[in-house]
Design a protein around this ligand. Structure first.
Ligand code: FAD
Ligand code: EPU
Length: 336
């Protein structure tokens, strides 16, 4: 019998089976006992995933748990099961006064997913604290430890070379004992670096996020639907001549990151709705399941938003959300 796939969009989608695993052995067993050669995908909380159709295979929900903390003279070293909840890990470290993860509070999903898209918020990306990622190569049962994740903006080697046939099982995090607060983003700039604590930043990040981002338990969503586009400085400068208030984030190599939410907002799309899917009122980069949306509603809305931004600004948006079809991931840039 088909089983419902957990996902924060709150879409009603099914897989042939959904299996929760809490050990590496159980995970390996699902792979080994797949006699019909069904497609298999591993998820954490389904908070960055859009199932565009029922999945014709096995969805494995990773709940491999455990946090061990050791130390060197310079750092705290955390070894964390990939199925731990990311925000719970952040809260635990802040409570124990192990500083360094506070800017990444309230990001939904599991620890194992954090390196995959190199989660980022409020001036910090996962790569800043990355030590290693342990993978299970499912075809051989071999465990591989990757120390160079080749991280970029919402990018890593785990989305490319190690995407199919590998499971993230443990994540190593290194927190420097010489903590320096990161206060570069938005309202965090108002804090005094001499007196601010990890807990103060944690609380502020939680407060800002509560005010902008919908709680998936109340209003289904997958966070930012699109990535912020990175364009040549020449392109950004031309846009700035017409829209001097446009937010920009200068990058290396004469590149500039634009705020996709601002671009969508300027198209007048806040609240815009197709079927049950809508552009969030408080943050235009978030598409929400307002009223029993289907995956088709979400896809139609995303296409509409992408085209509107392209028409007005000649800037192409690319989804951050991973689109999953009947048998596996879909190339979104071709799909939308
Ligand atoms: P899933 O959606 O379950 O999986 C994502 C992808 O990783 C899938 O392709 C899946 O197959 C693969 N995968 C998952 N686990 C494994 C594993 N163990 N082994 C191999 N592959 C695996 N992201 C940010 O970067 N910054 C933010 O500020 C942010 N804010 C958000 C706010 C909201 C309200 C929401 C809903 C999402 C937000 N996100 C943000 C996106 C999301 O939280 C992150 O991408 C998160 O890391 C996804 O975790 P997950 O466990 O739910 O991943
Ligand atoms: N803006 C608007 N209107 C909107 C939305 C945003 O004018 O409707 C403006 C804001 O005023 C601000 C700028 O756009 O000047 C950027 O907005 P915000 O600070 O809310 O951040 P973002 O660029 O929309 C990114 C990440 C978030 C992350 C925040 C904080 C991406 C794709 N998104 O959002 O990550 O939490 O910065 O660092 O990079 C996610 O990945 O799912 C996610 C939520």
């Amino acid at each position: 019998m088909k089983q419902k796939i957990p996902n924060t969009f709150g879409l009603t989608v099914y897989a042939r089976s959904v299996v929760t695993v809490s050990t590496v052995e159980q995970l390996q067993q699902v792979w080994d006992q797949n006699q019909e050669n069904q497609p298999i995908m591993i998820i954490g909380e389904g908070s960055n995933t859009l199932f565009t159709a029922d999945y014709d295979g096995i969805v494995v929900v990773n709940r491999i748990k455990g946090i061990t903390i050791t130390e060197t003279q310079e750092s705290w070293l955390l070894n964390v099961g990939a199925g731990e909840i990311w925000h719970d890990l952040v809260s635990t470290t802040v409570e124990k006064q192990l500083a360094g993860l506070e800017n990444l509070a309230l990001i939904p999903g599991c620890v194992g997913s954090a390196p995959i898209q190199n989660i980022g918020a409020y001036g910090i990306e996962f790569q800043k604290v990355a030590d290693y990622v342990q993978l299970l190569e499912l075809a051989t049962g071999k465990i591989i430890t990757v120390t160079d994740g080749q991280y970029g903006y919402r990018e890593s080697i785990f989305k490319r070379r190690y995407s199919n046939g590998y499971a993230v099982i443990y994540v190593g995090i290194r927190l420097s004992k010489q903590w320096q607060p990161v206060l570069t983003y938005g309202e965090l700039k108002n804090f005094d670096p001499q007196t601010v604590t990890s807990k103060i930043i944690f609380d502020k990040v939680c407060e800002i996020r509560h005010s902008k981002l919908p709680d998936p338990k109340i209003l289904g969503n997958g966070g930012s639907f699109f990535k912020n586009p990175v364009v040549d400085k020449i392109v950004a400068d031309k846009l700035l001549e017409i829209y001097p208030a446009m937010p920009i984030y200068p990058q290396v190599d004469n590149q500039v990151k634009l705020a996709a939410g601002w671009l969508i907002d300027q198209c007048g799309l806040k609240g815009f709705q197709i079927g049950g899917a809508a552009v969030h009122q408080q943050q235009a980069l978030v598409l929400v399941n307002k009223n029993n949306a289907t995956a088709q509603d979400v896809v139609a809305l995303a296409r509409y938003v992408k085209n509107a931004v392209l028409e007005k600004f000649s800037v192409t948006l690319s989804p951050e959300i991973r689109f999953i079809g009947r048998t596996g991931e879909i190339n979104v840039d071709k799909f939308l």
